[in-house]
Design a protein around this ligand. Structure first.
Ligand SMILES: Nc1ncnc2c1ncn2[C@@H]1O[C@H](COP(=O)(O)OP(=O)(O)O)[C@@H](O)[C@H]1O
Ligand SMILES: [Mg+2]
Length: 265
């Protein structure tokens, strides 16, 4: 279980202090696929990066499996990170390493033998249906395939938690569904608790059992996904829902003078 208690984050940037999070209280239970949704700049990435201490909170405490991790350093920090896999919108694969070498990397860092690392990597590549591509390089794969390699790499150390920061935002809708279904399968079969950051209500609706809505660095609403969708409590959630609702006017893509559709993101 992950618990955030009165967590805040202020960035000290060259142009002054920026508050990204304030008074965040959250509880993510084992087995959850927990969605954190909100608009760009709301503080989603900051929040998720606090969970593996890629960023340190400036206030509050973070408790994982009963241990206060907030001040972890050194060996404790390395073990924490091995227990929390992470995937990103940009996939963040090593371009100079093959698919297999991407997945063996975290195992080699931990001191596993080459043979044991390769065996485990092949097992994970079978799980994500990419074992036949193990000698390719990331540039020789589609976006969806690259994200599946990243998922295999994130699972290498058998983590209990996985953080997904806009993991499907660079993918088309069909590939998005495939990757989301793979994440749901990993949650179900391997029991990996997932924290899914997204600006997309469709993503949240498809795989999250609980969601928190974040706006301006504050959690404005939290609950079972179905309840939040059926009975939104905050203006920002209603706005997000309203924007995503089918509507004849909104469903018509804007046209350029040449009559081409303009991509809406
Ligand atoms: N390293 C940083 N230094 C200063 N400000 C930052 C930094 N990272 C993020 N921010 C600011 O914190 C706020 C939240 O950012 P972020 O967590 O990336 O939001 P989201 O992921 O929801 O788009 C934004 O206003 C952003 O500009
Ligand atoms: Mg972000």
């Amino acid at each position: 279980m992950i618990e955030l208690i009165d967590v805040g984050k202020v960035y000290h940037a060259s142009d002054g202090d920026h508050r990204a999070l304030e008074g965040v209280n959250l509880r993510i239970e084992d087995g959850d696929i927990f969605g954190i949704i909100g608009e760009s700049g709301a503080g989603k990435s900051t929040l998720v990066r606090l969970l593996n201490l890629l960023e340190r909170p400036t206030e509050g405490r973070i408790i994982i499996d009963g241990s206060d991790i907030t001040d972890y350093q050194g060996k404790e920090l390395r073990e924490l990170r091995a227990n929390i896999g992470m995937i990103f919108q940009s996939f963040a694969l090593f371009q100079q390493r093959s698919v297999l070498q991407n997945v063996t990397f975290p195992l080699e860092v931990r001191g596993e033998s080459k043979a044991a690392s390769a065996e485990r990597a092949h097992e994970l590549l079978r799980l994500v249906s990419l074992d036949d591509k193990s000698s390719r390089y990331p540039s020789e794969l589609s976006g969806g395939q690259q994200q599946r390699v990243a998922i295999a790499r994130a699972l290498a150390n058998s983590p209990h938690y996985m953080l997904c920061d806009e993991a499907t935002s660079a993918l088309d809708s069909r590939t998005t569904v495939q990757v989301l279904d793979l994440l749901a399968q990993i949650n179900d079969e391997l029991g990996v608790t997932m924290v899914v950051i997204t600006h997309s209500l469709d993503v949240a609706r498809r795989i999250c059992n609980r969601i928190a809505v974040i706006d301006g660095g504050h959690i404005v609403e939290e609950g079972f996904t179905a309840d939040v969708f059926a009975n939104p409590q905050s203006d920002i959630t209603r706005e997000l829902l309203d924007w995503g609702a089918p509507n004849v006017k909104k469903a018509t893509a804007p046209q350029t003078s040449e009559g081409e559709e303009v991509a809406c993101d």
